[in-house]
Design a binder for this molecule. Sequence first.
Ligand code: GUN
Ligand code: FE
Length: 427
Amino acid sequence: FIYRARVFDTPTDPFSGGSLRSESDVALVVDDGLIIARTDFASATADHPDAEVVDLRAGVLIPGLIDTHVHYPQIRAIGYLGKPLLDWLDHCALPEEAKLGDHDYASALAGEFLTGLTSAGTTSAMVFGSHFATAMDTFFTQAAEVGLRITSGLVTSDTILPEPLLTSVERSVSESQDLIDRWHGKGHLRYAVTPRFSFSAGQELLAAGGQLVADNPGIWVTSHLNENRDEIAGVAEKFPEALDYLDTYDRAGLLNRQTILAHNVHPSDRELARMAEVGAASAHCPTSNSNLASGFFPLRRHIEAGVRVALGSDVGAGTGFSLFKEGVQAYFMQQLDPSGGLPLSSAHLLHLATAAGAEALELSDQVGDLSEGKRFDAAYIQPTEGQPLAVGLEHASSDNDALAKIFAMGTPADIAQVWVDGRLVKG
Ligand code: GUN
Ligand code: FE
């Protein structure tokens, strides 16, 4: 295929001097999912006269979006307003998550969730799983069919949560190892050891997760960190010997370059330095942080400390799957942060929603931008004619302005087509 398009991507990082790459008429030659050439249309057709041409110049083609923190069991929990984290978990999220013990319920949610991702143009994700192994099995099965790049795992807790969501150290290890053996490395799927958060885990459960990491090279780790003041105080009380919240994961062997920790709204300087040292990444989830009044994400301190940051929707505390919405909310919060936020351009937002996610998930050699040599993971934005975004794109003063309008006004309804590895998953 030759995709002839107006393409926006960020192969160079705007947080370290890079900028938006925008081209109004570029030809991407895609063979078996690989971008084998990025060139002008005349050269592409001369070199590949038999290729099928797909003309996408009416809209804007961007790299597939990358969501580094999103909860599969919470799709029906989206939109519950008015509570801080621990009350929201008790009243909204956890009762819903308990329902996934029912296989049919879990199976229906897995389908709805994967549709939520593809509809929003999300092609790669770190997915926070379910506490039930059967629910994870149906999720991995359906994710493999859709073809998205998914990293996910069984969520584990052995204290504080409602009884149906609790496990034992032994059961967590046997169920996790079984899921790793069945799914890690299969197609685009990878496994992540997923303690819910230290607040609902004993030392032994966390350490058992660390042992799984040691025993299964290449698997991932994800959890929550420093989201809410009451949560942080609770963790400090439960782990008096730990240096801080991050250290509860670190001393259990759960902190490395393949660790993504959601939120980190209230980190200490030591925690940021340690994350930078090991290469762990923060998933910044701005609509969730706003909804649960968790606080202002210290983006400037992350960048200055050299900690990798990408965007997460945190469905269902977050308000939907759209990484455009997360991007513009990140911008709003940096604008409003009383301690001095980082001014963000539209190029920063696109980078956070694509290339930064690819870096956090160690997928940069494959996806994150639309350069020659990358896999063709892409989202085609084509708003309905006459709608405000279509009008805005038509009258944008520059490509950076057009991109800002996409983040300000774009919704999943504006995403006409989505590809993963050259395969159409929407449209
Ligand atoms: N901390 C522990 N569990 C959760 C969750 O489901 N959502 C959020 N936002 N934070 C959490
Ligand atoms: Fe979360």
